[in-house]
Design a protein around this ligand. Structure first.
Ligand code: FE2
Length: 141
């Protein structure tokens, strides 16, 4: 099995936070990351072309998703709102910095970038979001 295939994410219940809207958006994010892994060819030019085609869409989706999570947290008056929002903002800033570096000519590596997205998204979903929205979905039961 090549390393891209072995990095593909399979959705599992342990990622579920119990709120369908958020879980559905997390599944869509996982699909976007998997699509990125599927476009790793090792050809820097080809990978960068693909990246340029999809990154804005991915970025927009992430921002909309974070905004929805933050709105739910605000409405539910969740105590962790500020910290959670900071984590989102930090991730956004890191992604922007990476995109800027690539556009400025930094060597592009689709695998490395996608792996960063995967690791951050999965740990955020499985720990922060699950703890945050899991408690909310239990309250509503
Ligand atoms: Fe989150």
């Amino acid at each position: 099995m090549n390393r891209e295939v072995s990095e593909l994410i399979t959705w599992s219940d342990r990622f579920s936070c119990g709120i369908k809207l958020i879980d559905d958006q997390h599944k869509a994010l996982v699909a976007l990351v998997n699509d990125m892994f599927n476009h790793v060819t090792g050809d820097e030019k080809q990978e960068y072309e693909y990246f340029n085609k999809v990154i804005l869409e991915v970025f927009k989706y992430v921002k909309i998703h974070f905004a929805i999570e933050e709105k739910i947290m605000l409405m539910a008056k969740m105590p962790d709102y500020a910290r959670h929002k900071r984590a989102h903002n930090q991730f956004i800033l890191t992604v922007i910095e990476n995109i800027n570096n690539f556009q400025a000519g930094k060597r592009f590596n689709l695998f490395g970038f996608t792996k960063y997205l995967k690791d951050w998204i999965l740990s955020h979903i499985a720990l922060v979001d699950k703890q945050c929205f899991g408690s909310l979905s239990r309250v509503n039961e």
